[in-house]
Design a protein around this ligand. Structure first.
Ligand code: GLN
Length: 253
């Protein structure tokens, strides 16, 4: 019995050590900040031969570069599945995520969000000539969304059945190949897909789709890093850098 208890205590101590070692990764201002994204979300993040940080390009990557330069810290970009970002953050594998990520109540339970830097909304991508003119017209249609995106939640909340894919490009291919009738995805990304693929158009429905705010996420309680990030983000909002970046990557289409 005694032995069992001491084993239990040892295991508990090991768990605690593992937790503090791994779970409380605090970034001091002198350190490198490890960011992760999912580089499948143009114009916010995508792979390019001539990226802003290595092979990574887009509005979010340019923001990370500015954070590094303005705060005088080294920044690193990692790429992972969208669904893994918040888990990796909670585990302390990374310091922050920037991924066109919408602030939601659900997500805010597990991470802390920065000051939002971009306002978006869900839209519908349909083939030109589609009879879908509003969200309600999706009833009985084949709807494609990306798994884990807010687009999935929104369609779920509207009570429609849908098919979920891993990537936005997969949804768009389904649409181009006539295998689905509509894709629900974030506005700026939809704009990019429509300009890259002939025969597609965007349908908006502000009554059905609320506006969403994109923000950077850090581990819950990592105020030091959050303050550093907020300082730069707020400065970039005030001095026009964020609008310039949006213009460069979105309006240039
Ligand atoms: N804004 C959407 C979300 O937060 C999609 C983000 C993304 O694909 N990178 O779910």
């Amino acid at each position: 019995m005694k032995k069992k208890i001491s084993v239990l205590i040892a295991v508990t101590l090991m768990c605690m050590a593992a937790l503090t070692g791994c779970g409380s990764k605090q970034t001091s201002s002198a350190d490198k900040i490890v960011f992760a994204t999912n580089a499948e979300f143009p114009p916010f993040e995508f792979i390019s031969t001539n990226g802003v940080i290595g092979e990574y390009d887009g509005i979010d990557i340019a923001i990370v570069k500015e954070i590094g330069e303005r705060a005088g810290v080294e920044v690193e970009m990692q790429n992972m599945e969208f669904d893994s970002l918040l888990v990796a953050l909670q585990n302390g594998q990374i310091d922050a995520t920037i991924a066109g990520m919408t602030v939601t109540e659900e997500r805010a339970k597990s991470v802390d969000f920065s000051t939002p830097y971009y306002t978006a909304t869900q839209v519908m991508i349909v083939p030109e000539g589609s009879d879908i003119k509003a969200a309600a017209d999706m009833a009985g249609k084949t709807i494609a969304v990306v798994q884990g995106y807010t687009g999935e939640t929104v369609v779920q909340d509207l009570g429609f059945e849908y098919e979920a894919f891993k990537k936005g490009t997969e949804c768009v291919m389904e649409l181009v190949n006539g295998k689905c009738d509509v894709v629900v995805i974030d506005s700026a990304t939809a704009q990019k897909y429509v300009s890259d693929n002939k025969g597609l158009t965007i349908v908006e429905d502000p009554d059905a789709f609320a506006s969403e705010e994109y923000a950077i996420a850090v581990q819950k309680g990592n105020t030091e890093l959050l303050n550093l990030i907020n300082g730069v983000v707020e400065e970039m909002l005030a001095d026009g850098t964020i609008s310039e970046l949006s213009a460069k990557y979105i309006d240039a289409e």
